[in-house]
Structures are given as structure tokens and as C-alpha cells.
Design a protein around this ligand. Structure first.
Ligand code: NZQ
Ligand code: ZN
Length: 385
């Protein structure tokens, strides 16, 4: 196992009715900016439930943070924060609202152009404190320090990370997910699944705790994902299990001390930036191609995955790996995901554009393990046409 530091200070309040504990989590002198998205919280009653808990606090609101949150939108919150002397941010929504809120939290203190935090990885020295009420299980943003922001002007989707933007608390009520359209439920399952894969399916380092945690999250997502599709009405237990699985998939635990690789996300972000595809859709396209392209390098972990997750008892290593990758793609397709670029009318031109963008950013080798060349990226994307 490799060395690691692990510190996750996010307080999780999980379960039915937990929003009633919201006011107890807030500093007494909180002057709050409540952030939200395009309006789902007004239709499903979450807005009222949150507002009820904020009686007695000074509260301003900032709505309209879109899916794949825009830099331009987030920047509009900064003058409001200064004007109202805000000292606490409360995100009410999915991963996009929370990621946007994280960027606002650092942008407001940053001396200089806040875009540098994303484009140059500029260090962030301080951030406003954040609390979250999560309405969509998928990203793990509720228990991590990551944020992904899109600059609409240049169609760039970039990430930053800092422990300073880990929420002070996150409220996870599975009932708050009941109003989700099927498409978003499925997006969440696939996103969480790929988060686990990017921390698990690389190279063995003799870390059975991390591996078995990862396998248990994958097995849960497969089982509960299929159940979620079958249920005509949302089922509390099913949603609770999906919600906790998504949080556990990206809170740092399973990625500690192991070899991770975030290349599927890096490539997927380009597809969203250029074509507006949902985040999870891009992952369902890229991951099977990436695993096939790297099959020989990653054969050991692919065989472990085949056996432990898909119950494949094939003795031929290559065949076992093929079967596991096929099972992964079939799982995504079974959830209703389109896994090919051509199914989204995306062709060779986009592949060339993505390669040029990586070259311009000096990204000639991808992945934390530096095992993916730009030729690999080209071939794997071509295999998804
Ligand atoms: O904007 P509103 O009206 O709230 O509607 C949203 C949005 O249209 C809707 N929604 C959310 N909760 C709902 C609901 N509709 C009905 N009922 C509810 N309870 O769902 C739509 C999608 O929401 P969004 O927040 O965009 O989805 P998600 O949570 O999947 O977040 C995706 C974003 O997170 C980033 C992605 O790149 C993408 O930008 N990621 C963030 C990560 C992180 N911070 O660690 C890691 C991930 O890999 C990912 O990259
Ligand atoms: Zn993701």
C-alpha cells in the first residue's frame, strides 16, 4: 500500500427529516447566501423546508446555477456577497449547485482573476464556509473538496480541489431525491460507478481494504441501480442505498493509498464542454473504450474486477478482461445510457479537437499513472464512434 494522509471533516446528517437539524449546524451569527439551481427546489417543496429552518437568520438568495455550472454565473454572486456582507454559503441542490458554490467560496477571497484557480491551478488561501443540502446523489461533492466549472465563453470545463471547500456539513435526505427524473437517477448511478472505477481499476498495490470497499460499492450500485429502474415509485431504502453509495464513492476513502487514474473524467469533461452531454453520459462512452485500450497494462486489476464484481470465472486472463469490460458496458446500456459517440452524432472532428486541446495544454500523457498517451486517447475515442 502507498503512503497517504486522510482527513475528512465533513459532518453528514443522513436520513428522512434531517433538514430539521439544519439551523443547529449554522453559526449563530451566520449571514447566509442560499444558492440553488434552475428551480427544481421550488417544484418539490425543498425550498420551503429549508427556508423554514432559516427563520431568525439573515438570508439572501442566489439562484440560476445551471447544470455544469458556468464560471460566468458564479462570478455574478461575488458582488452580492460583498454587498450583503455574507459569511456563510448554503448550497441547496445537486453537484452543480454545490460545485458552483465552492467556486464562489474561493472566488470571493481571491486576489486576482478567479479563473486562474481553474486554468493555472492557482493556490487558494481562504474560502467562505459552506453547508450543503443535497438533492441529487452522484458526484460525492457533498463530502469532498472538488469542484468542476465550465467557462461558457471558451467551452472549457476545468476542476480545482481544496480542503477549504469541503462542506462543514451535508444533509442527505433520500426523500429529497424522489422528484428526480429517471435520467438524473441513472446519471448518478453511472457517475458514482465510474468514480469507484477510477480509484480501483488501475494497478494492484496490495490494498485489500480499499479494493473490497470499492468492490462493495460497485456491487451495491449494480444491485440498487437495477432495482431503481424496476421500481415504478421511488423506494426509500433503494434511494438511501444509492445516496450513501454515491457519497462513499468519492469522499477520499477508497482512493487513499492506491493508484488512481482520472483520465476518463478528463476526457469526458471535453465532451461535455464541446457538446453539452450530461457528465455521466460522457463517462459511459469513455470508460469502456479506455479499459479496452489499456487492457494489457491493467490486466491484473481487470481480472480481479471480473471475478469479484461480475463473478466471471474464466481462466484465460484476456477473455476474462474482455467479458468484464463488456459486462460494464451492458450494465450502462441496461440503465438506458447510450455508450457510443455516434449515438450522439459526434464524429472524428471532435476527436481531433480534443487532441489539439490536450496538446495546447501540454497534456501529452494522461492519467495519474502516466500510462495513457495521446495515441491511446485517439484510438480509444475512435473505438467509440
Ligand atoms: O437546477 P435544478 O433546477 O435544481 O435541476 C437539476 C439539474 O437540472 C436537477 N435536479 C437536482 N436535484 C433534483 C433535480 N430535479 C428534480 N428533483 C431533484 N431532487 O438535476 C439536473 C442535474 O443537476 P446537477 O447538479 O447538474 O447534477 P449532478 O449532481 O450530477 O452534478 C453534475 C456536475 O458535477 C460535476 C460534473 O462535472 C457536473 O458539472 N462533478 C463534480 C464532482 C465533484 N465535485 O467531486 C465530481 C464529478 O466527477 C463531476 O465531475
Ligand atoms: Zn464524475
Amino acid at each position: 500500500m502507498e503512503n497517504f494522509n486522510y482527513h475528512n471533516p465533513v459532518k453528514i446528517l443522513f436520513g428522512k427529516g434531517k433538514v430539521k437539524e439544519l439551523s443547529d449546524q449554522l453559526p449563530k451569527d451566520a449571514r447566509i447566501l442560499m444558492t440553488y439551481g434552475g428551480g427544481s427546489i421550488f417544484k418539490n417543496g425543498i425550498y420551503e423546508q429549508v427556508k423554514e429552518q432559516l427563520n431568525g437568520f439573515e438570508v439572501s438568495e442566489f439562484g440560476g446555477i445551471e447544470a455544469n455550472p458556468h464560471y460566468e454565473t458564479c462570478m455574478k454572486a461575488l458582488p452580492l456577497i460583498k454587498e450583503k456582507n455574507i459569511n456563510f454559503l448554503l448550497s441547496v441542490g445537486g453537484g452543480s449547485v454545490l460545485d458552483g458554490t465552492k467556486f464562489i467560496a474561493v472566488g470571493v477571497h481571491y486576489k486576482g482573476n478567479p479563473w486562474e484557480i481553474l486554468s493555472k491551478g492557482a493556490k487558494v488561501a481562504s474560502a467562505l464556509p459552506i453547508g450543503a443540502v443535497l438533492t441529487l446523489p452522484a458526484t460525492g461533492s457533498e463530502m469532498n473538496g472538488n469542484s468542476v466549472i465550465t467557462k461558457a465563453e471558451t467551452q472549457e470545463k476545468l476542476a480545482f480541489g481544496s480542503p477549504l471547500v469541503m462542506p462543514r456539513f451535508s444533509i442527505l435526505d433520500p426523500e429529497f431525491t424522489f422528484s428526480l427524473p429517471q435520467r438524473q437517477v441513472v446519471n448518478g448511478i453511472v457517475d458514482a460507478f465510474v468514480h469507484v472505477m477510477e480509484q480501483y481499476l488501475t494497478y494492484p498495490v496490495n490494498a485489500p481494504i480499499q479494493d473490497r470497499f470499492a468492490e462493495s460499492i460497485l456491487l451495491t450500485l449494480i444491485e440498487q441501480g437495477k432495482l431503481a429502474l424496476k421500481n415504478e415509485q421511488p423506494d426509500y431504502e433503494n434511494r438511501a442505498n444509492l445516496m450513501w453509495a454515491a457519497t462513499m464513492a468519492l469522499n477520499g476513502l477508497i482512493g487513499s493509498g492506491v493508484k488512481t487514474c482520472w483520465a476518463t473524467h478528463t476526457i469526458g469533461h471535453e465532451l461535455t464542454a464541446l457538446h453539452g452531454l450530461d457528465h455521466a453520459l460522457t463517462l459511459a462512452i469513455v470508460l469502456p473504450g479506455l479499459l479496452r485500450q489499456l487492457k494489457h497494462k491493467r490486466i491484473e486489476k481487470l481480472n480481479q474486477y471480473a471475478k469479484q464484481v461480475w463473478g466471471i470465472s474464466e481462466s484465460d486472463k484476456e477473455l476474462a478482461a474482455d467479458k468484464a469490460i463488456n459486462a460494464t458496458e451492458e450494465f450502462f446500456r441496461g440503465l438506458g445510457m447510450k455508450t457510443l459517440l455516434s449515438e450522439h452524432q459526434i464524429g472524428d472532428k471532435t476527436i481531433e479537437k480534443i487532441l489539439t486541446r490536450f496538446k495546447n495544454r501540454n497534456m501529452t500523457i494522461l492519467g495519474n499513472q502516466k500510462d495513457i498517451t495521446l495515441d491511446d486517447v485517439k484510438l480509444l475515442l475512435q473505438s467509440r464512434l
